[in-house]
Design a protein around this ligand. Structure first.
Ligand SMILES: C[S@@+](CC[C@H](N)C(=O)[O-])C[C@H]1O[C@@H](n2cnc3c(N)ncnc32)[C@H](O)[C@@H]1O
Length: 374
């Protein structure tokens, strides 16, 4: 493995130790109460002693009307917190419905067992627990997000999980979003989610990173920052709210891409109300996506999702704004949305008289029916 990939892997594994704060869980979960009555919830990346997911569901067990809460913990990283200091085994904890005594609800004592293996969510014993669950709710390890989602899909589970915003652009994840098998949760994508950190990681971030990028200090406590959002396949109200459109299409304002049969829309709020063809919108559009109003057609990438780039730029030369060559070809622009002309700032590509430039990745969408006023 190259040094770069090693560093990348180390970085994403460090994010595996970001712990979700209770207020963030409460703020998201309050939009799904109707889904939980009579259900088995499984938190499969959660040490019950420190997980706020476990805390949330155990405290709200009765209020949500849960049937069962299962929590499994990967190894036992905090032995002094959980075990009798002699066990290195992973924990499986189960909460069941309590009883009603003299009109008062008496919660049942949680049942604690040791797992045979290390509690890996992919291990056969955890998969058996997964099969028993109706809804999986957690913040899984960032570095295993693709596999994690694939497993949920394989077993047909309902889920509400936290992942990196970039996961939207994964080849394994985007098709689920496109097909309405997974969507963004209720918390706005722009919300800065902060995470509790093990002491060592907090110390390291403080020593090596700038405040505001990878961490923030809140009331003297170092909190981890990562571009995290909620992903789910549980319905929520926001997904059915129409985006109010107010702008009208003009060819000058909404340029057509050089390489995709779609117009470019720089801001979701500026989607033209009178354009019924394909358009490229920023990824944050997903925050406003209402599947009754819009259809997702594809993503600006080289994988084939049915909405393909028809032009490639290998024989273009990349230029700096001052007109000097960077020494690179236009190959790296392939799949990105490309507009003709010179950008206001940044590099561009030329081939003879032809000049084009690259935009950020876009999601291609089209309006459905005419649910907006024209
Ligand atoms: C991002 S942290 C979140 C922890 C907790 N779910 C929360 O939200 O506070 C991911 C957790 O997954 C655990 N983990 C790492 N690899 C795992 C695996 N293969 N199977 C299950 N859990 C794993 C880590 O130990 C870590 O506790």
């Amino acid at each position: 493995m190259s040094l770069n990939r090693n560093l990348q892997q180390a970085k994403s594994q460090k994010n595996d130790d970001f712990y979700t704060q209770l207020p963030d869980i409460e703020n998201e979960l309050k939009h799904y109460r109707q889904h939980f009555a009579g259900k088995v919830v499984y938190c499969n990346c959660d040490d019950p002693k420190i997980s706020n997911f476990y805390k949330y569901f155990s405290l709200n067990f009765e209020a949500l009307g849960l049937r069962k809460l299962i929590t499994t913990c990967y190894k036992n990283q905090y032995m002094d917190l959980f075990s009798d200091h002699t066990s290195e085994k992973a924990i499986w904890l189960e909460c069941n419905q309590g009883t009603c005594e003299n009109g008062a609800y008496v919660p049942a004592d949680p049942v604690v067992r040791h797992l045979g293996g290390d509690g890996d969510f992919r291990s056969p014993e955890c998969v058996e627990l997964l099969k028993r669950a109706d809804i999986v709710v957690t913040n899984p390890p960032f570095s295993l997000f693709r596999e994690y989602v694939a497993q949920l899909v394989q077993y047909g589970k309902k889920f509400l999980i936290i992942g990196n915003k970039n996961a939207i652009t994964y080849k394994e994840v985007f098709p689920l979003i496109k097909d309405n098998r997974m969507w963004v949760g209720h918390t706005p994508m722009g919300k800065d989610l902060l995470f509790d950190l093990p002491e060592g990681i907090a110390r390291e971030l403080k020593a090596t990173k700038k405040e505001g990028s990878s961490y923030r200090i809140i009331d003297g406590v170092v909190k981890g920052r990562s571009q995290s959002i909620w992903f789910t396949n549980l319905d929520h109200r926001k997904r059915h709210e129409d985006l109010i459109l107010y702008k009208r299409y003009s060819p000058e304002e909404y340029l057509t891409y050089d390489n995709y049969d779609a117009i470019n829309v720089d801001k979701t709020a500026e989607i033209p109300m009178d354009w019924d063809g394909a358009m490229g919108v920023p990824i944050t559009f997903l925050d406003k996506h209402n599947p009754e109003q819009f259809e997702v057609l594809g993503f600006s990438s080289l994988w084939d999702d049915g909405f393909k780039s028809h032009t490639f730029y290998d024989d273009y030369t990349e230029m700096r704004p001052d007109g000097t060559k960077t020494g690179l070809s236009g190959q790296k622009a392939n799949g990105y949305p490309i507009l003709r002309g010179r950008p206001r700032k940044g590099n561009y590509l030329i081939r003879g008289e032809e000049v084009v430039y690259t935009l950020y990745r876009r999601i291609f969408i089209r309006r459905k029916g005419l649910s907006n006023t024209q």
